[in-house]
Design a binder for this molecule. Structure first.
Ligand SMILES: O=P(O)(O)OC[C@H]1O[C@H](O)[C@H](O)[C@@H](O)[C@@H]1O
Length: 430
């Protein structure tokens, strides 16, 4: 990716060239820590070696056991769904990808009613093998398959850790199974079996995704001025230190809309600790120019906007028209219009002194997606190093998971007792 920090200089909050140069010494130290973590295969840092350690042949050998399906249904949540969803939703395929990452009964029922279950691969993913939402959804899906006369054991792929309920299920029914790599938290697992099985089932080039990750891995250096991932991580960190507590991520490409969701998990779960962090907000250009942009430009000066776009787009000419007021559009294209909107938003934010960062990728394809995902992970790890937080843990999320399991009778978790302590101040409707 290419990062332009120019519109974060002298804004409110803002950076200066000198601030960045001073910060670059800390970036060099952090880079040393990151490369040592990678070399030692340390927990979390191991994610940044995935472009070399992930085995695309093993993924293909497993996914090739299924004839090309009509659809893939992934049952997983958080890091076990969003990486695959980002890639699947960015690229065209005649194999539809669906994601059950919530336990909303209406949505689950509606999806199961319309899926061609006999020609769907069910891809159930959980690193821990214990996540209640995922396992509950899988039980519902399995029952729906049986009710439709489909042998679920023939249509199910499991991706999980070494032990746990899902591993036991895969072993008991001799299901095709992929291993979640060791030492890689879910939100950092897009470039592994977790993120790549769905694209493989859809016929995408997973080697190219990993090659993009490798390009990014090889581009890491000890200076933010030479490494776009670190430029992004260091600038977002320094802006947060100066009061940019929200990072509004605004891709100008529908194909990257899910990327913003993936980014939100990465940023929030990794960096939101010890009273620190930066709230990721999700927006989409140009659509949200007509809604959220008002706040971003004229609201409290507590945010930065990350404007993201591919520089190469599909051709879609706008037809000529004899309507005078619209003549300026004729002969142009939808892509040119979207790019003009991008530049206009960037300029409008800069004119109002709102810091914004331009992030560009060459095009939306396997290689560039692999590179983007890796670079944002590296940016996040760098931010975590600079902020001094424990990037790879998520104790607050675990707390809620335990409380929910305790409430459902899934074990004795003191966290569940807190539900009884809830304060009330109700206002009831008639
Ligand atoms: O893959 P699983 O073990 O099912 O976990 C799925 C998700 O659960 C939790 O909420 C974690 O905080 C996420 O980081 C994780 O991705």
């Amino acid at each position: 990716m290419h990062v332009d920090l120019g519109n974060a200089l002298e804004t409110t909050p803002g950076l200066t060239r000198e601030t960045l140069e001073r910060l670059d010494e800390r970036v060099a130290n952090a880079h040393g820590r990151i490369t040592a973590g990678m070399a030692g295969d340390e927990f979390g840092y191991a994610a940044l070696t995935l472009p070399e350690t992930a085995d695309p042949d093993a993924i293909r050998a497993t996914t090739d056991r299924f004839d090309r399906p009509e659809a893939v249904l992934t049952v997983g949540i958080g890091g076990s769904a969003l990486g695959a969803a980002t890639i699947a939703n960015a690229l065209d395929s005649d194999v539809d990808a669906h994601f059950l990452d919530n336990v909303d009964p209406d949505e689950t029922r509606a999806l199961l009613d319309r899926l061609p279950l006999a020609d769907t691969v069910v891809n159930v993913v959980s690193k821990s093998g214990t996540t209640a939402e995922t396992l509950a959804n899988f039980l519902v899906v399995r029952e729906a398959m049986t009710a439709a006369g489909v042998d679920w054991t023939e249509r199910t792929l499991v991706t999980t850790g070494e032990a746990g309920n899902l591993r036991a299920l895969a072993d008991a029914h001799d299901l095709p199974a992929l291993d979640v790599p060791d030492g890689v938290p879910g939100r950092f697992s897009a470039l592994s079996t977790v993120g790549l099985a769905v694209p493989a089932l859809q016929g995408h080039d997973v080697e190219a995704v990993l090659a993009g990750g490798r390009d990014a891995m090889e581009s890491l250096s000890g200076s933010l001025f030479e490494t776009p991932a670190y430029a992004y991580g260091a600038a977002t960190y320094a802006l947060a230190e100066r009061g940019a507590l929200t990072n509004a991520v605004m891709p100008y490409a529908e194909s990257l809309e899910t990327f913003a969701e993936w980014f939100a998990q990465l940023w929030a779960e990794s960096l939101g600790k010890d009273g620190l962090g930066q709230t990721p907000a999700r927006a989409l250009g140009a659509t949200d120019q007509h809604s959220q942009l008002q706040l971003y430009r004229a609201g409290p000066p507590d945010k930065l906007v990350s404007l993201i776009r591919p520089t190469e787009r599909a051709e879609a000419p706008i037809p000529e028209t004899d309507l005078d007021g619209l003549a300026y559009l004729g002969g142009s294209s939808l892509g040119e219009l979207l790019d003009a909107e991008f530049e206009a938003t960037e300029a409008s934010l800069a004119a109002a002194d709102v810091p914004n960062l331009r992030v560009e990728i060459d095009r939306v394809d396997e290689r560039n997606l692999g590179r983007l995902l890796y670079e944002m992970e590296a940016a996040c790890v760098l931010y975590g190093e600079l902020a001094g937080v424990s990037t790879f843990t998520q104790p607050a999320v675990e707390w809620g998971k335990k409380a929910a399991r305790g409430l459902l009778g899934g074990g004795d978790f003191p966290e569940a007792d807190a539900v009884a302590d809830k304060r009330e101040l109700r206002v009831d409707g008639s």
